[in-house]
Design a protein around this ligand. Sequence first.
Ligand code: NAP
Length: 246
Amino acid sequence: MSGPLTGRLALVTGAGSGIGRITSKFLSRDGAIVVAVDRNLKAAEETVQDLNSQNDNVAFEMDVASSDSISKVLNATIERYQRPPMIVVNSAGITRDNFLLKMPEADFDAVINVNLKGTWLVLQHFGRAMVDHQVPGAMVNVSSIVARSGNIGQSNYSPSKAGVEAMTKVVAREFGRYNIRVNAVVPGFIQTPMTATLPQKVKDIMIMQCALRRFGNPEEIAEVIAFLASDKSSYINGTSVEVTGG
Ligand code: NAP
C-alpha cells in the first residue's frame, strides 16, 4: 500500500487512547510505520494490533513526563529501525479539573508535567536525534481551544495547552533550519475517554457554544494531524490549526 507517508517512521505519544490512537491509525493508513507509545503499554499494543500489518509497527511503554523513559524509547527505536522518526505527534495529555480555590497543588504540577513539560521533553529528545541523524520531518503538538478561551475548573490544563502553543512557535523557529516543521492542532471538545466523564450538563453547554452544535470525533482531529505530518503541508510551520466546529 502506498500513501503520502509511505515508509516514514512516526512516533505517536498517548497512542493508547482517543486522538493518539486514531492518529496512529490514520498515519498507518497513509503508509507510515508507527511507533505507538503510551504510559499504558497494553493500550498501545491494542492500537498497534489495529494498524496496517504490512508495516513493522511497534508499541512501547513511555511516560512523557520522564526523561529516562523517553531516552529508553528513543534508543530502542533507533536500534530497531536504524533511524529516528521523521514524524512526532505529541498527543499524550491529562486533565485534573477543579476550581482554583479547591485544586491541590499536586494536580497543578501533574498537568503541567505531562502536558507542557512532557511535550518539551519529547520535542527535545526526538528533535535532537532528528538533527543528529539529519532527518527532516514534521512535529505536531496537541493544544486545546481552552488555551485560548479559558474554561472553569482548568486553571492547570488551559495554561499547559497555551504553553504548548507558544512552545510550538519557538521550536518551529529553532528547527526550521533543519527542515523540521513544528505545528499544533487546537481541538475543541472531542468525544474521547478524556471527555467521557464530563457531566451531561457541562457537555450540553459545550454543545450550545459550538456552531456545529456537537462534539467532534477523534477522526476529525487525526485527519488534520496527518495533513500537518505530510508534505501536503510543506509550507505550514510554527502555527496552530483550530479544529473546533466553530
Ligand atoms: P485520552 O483518550 O485520555 O488519551 C490520552 C492518552 O495519553 C491516554 O492513553 C493516556 O493514558 C496517555 N497519557 C497520559 N499521561 C501520559 C504520560 N505521562 N505519558 C504517556 N502517555 C500518557 O485523551 P484524548 O482526548 O485523546 O487527548 C489527546 C490529546 O488531545 C491530549 O493532549 C488532550 O489534552 C488533547 N485534547 C483533547 C480534547 C478532547 O476534547 N478530548 C480537546 C482538546 C485537546 P491514561 O489513560 O493512562 O491517562
